[in-house]
Design a protein around this ligand. Structure first.
Ligand code: F1P
Length: 452
């Protein structure tokens, strides 16, 4: 507890006579569940049992001790050899947890948003927030890395389901450009850690222009959550593996449910149509479980292609962000060079990369992109490039395109990004293990990127 003179005493079952300093609670949570968050400019003098804080002007200040709500099981590996694998397999439960929290029995979406004033608000039921959504004329999504890929999927949902023009920007670019913002723009910030420096600066920039900002963050107590007008907790549970997996799925799930909220507020969907979307979404968890059970198919493909120096990922439509996310996962943990392209752009240059030693992963579900993707695969085969197909159960005659096939169950096209990424996360994992890489702590990377 804090004394009035600004000093703090740490106590509790785990933190007796000791204190830790970290940029992210997950780094110290196995040692203490009691955290003091510093504000920008604060200085803290820490001793074993006491902490004094002064602000940027050198005045003693009190900062509250926050109790972290965590479950010890989140930090144990259980029977898994790596956190990343554990987190990949947790994904159906993550979807279920979010659905239970955000969807009522009659399939109405009630996403809970924490409001900056510390009052609990509810998107969809709080009239003030409903009004705000109704008045949203444009959305700008800002994020980095995997969170940016989730934003690329969300752009399509916001435009196609809710009819709201949406832009996506990489936070490190957004913060240094001169964006045209209007009073009806909503800034949506996406971050697992809630501490990514570029994303935080992008958020500050938007708010300085009097634009409302809503954050989708996994760490509810993070700086981004605290500095946004509203924050939707992702409910992924603590993510330990540096390469993000379950937080990505949690981002997609929450962003999809938000697009349904938005579509309702903008009168683009009837109550019945909104409920139909939610019912479709209920298939996702079980379909993910099926996709995970097919891990052996992924293992044999990883064994066959894990020695490659370069791998290309192609997709169209909803699968372009999946291709990008799959390439990022592979780069992050296996150190194989990977590049992702919208398949239609391939003939404008990257097709020159194709040779007998460069495999291409073609994401070719049985959806509106199938025949165009099939032509891309033919073009690669004609140049003797090996192809791995990630397709859906209903796709016919894909064996004629390639012997290397991974299938996932069919779901509605806009929801497929939640499924096609599953075998590709596993592919990156299996290849990294084969190559003896440190899966959970890849070289040169940090879980919270708190510097520019
Ligand atoms: C963004 C991010 C992650 C990535 C890695 C480095 O983090 O690029 O997507 O997996 O951990 O940071 P965040 O803003 O989503 O926390």
């Amino acid at each position: 507890t804090l004394n009035t003179n600004g000093s703090a005493t740490f106590y509790g079952p785990l933190g007796e006579n000791e204190a830790f300093v970290a940029s992210d609670p997950s780094a110290v949570v196995q040692n203490s569940r009691r955290i003091i968050y510093l504000k920008d400019g604060d200085l803290a003098a820490i001793r074993a049992s006491d902490c004094r804080i002064v602000n940027g002007q050198g005045e003693p200040v009190e900062r509250p001790v926050v109790a972290l709500k965590t479950d010890a099981a989140d930090y144990s590996l259980g029977d898994y050899p790596h956190y990343m694998l554990k987190e990949i397999f947790e994904q159906p439960d993550v979807v279920q947890r979010i659905m239970t929290a955000a969807v009522s029995e009659d399939s109405t979406v009630i996403l809970r948003a924490k409001r900056n004033s510390n009052r609990s608000g509810r998107f969809g039921t709080d009239p003030a927030l409903d009004e705000r959504l109704e008045g949203v004329g444009r959305i700008i999504l800002i994020a980095c890395g995997t969170s940016w890929h989730a934003a690329l999927v969300a752009k399509r949902w916001f435009e196609e389901i809710a009819g709201v023009p949406t832009e996506v920007d990489i936070a490190s670019e957004y913060r240094y450009r001169n964006p045209i913002l209007s009073g009806d723009t909503l800034c949506v910030v996406i971050s697992q850690s809630g501490e990514t420096a570029d994303t935080l600066e992008g958020l500050r920039r938007a708010r300085a222009s009097f634009v409302q900002a809503l954050a989708f963050v996994n760490v509810e107590t993070s700086t981004i959550a605290r500095e946004s007008d509203g924050a939707i907790p992702l409910l992924a549970g603590p993510e330990i593996g540096v390469a993000s997996t379950k937080a990505y799925i949690a981002q997609l799930t929450n962003l999809f449910l938000f697009s349904i909220n938005l579509a309702r507020a903008k009168n683009r969907l009837s109550i019945d149509d909104a409920a139909d979307w939610v019912r479709c979404f209920r298939d996702i968890g079980p379909a993910m479980t099926t996709a995970l059970a097919r891990r052996p198919d992924v293992v044999s493909i990883a064994n066959r292609f894990g020695g490659s120096n370069n791998i290309i990922f192609l997709g169209r439509g909803y699968q372009v962000p999946t291709a990008m996310e799959a390439a990022l996962k592979l780069k992050e943990i296996s150190y194989i060079h990977a590049t992702a392209y919208p398949a239609g752009e391939f003939k404008h240059g990257p097709i020159a990369l194709i040779d007998i030693q460069t495999p291409t992963v073609a994401i070719i579900p049985n959806d509106s992109t199938f025949s165009r993707m099939a032509s891309n695969v033919q073009e690669i085969k004609a140049r003797k490039g090996p192809v791995i197909l990630v397709t859906t159960d209903s796709a016919q005659d894909v064996e004629d395109l390639s012997p290397h096939i991974i299938r996932v169950p069919d779901v509605a096209e806009p929801l497929l990004p939640l499924l096609t990424i599953i075998p590709l996360q596993l592919f990156a994992y299996e290849v990294a293990v084969l190559r003896d890489c440190e899966v959970d702590r890849p070289r040169n990377l940090a879980k919270s990127v708190t510097v520019e």
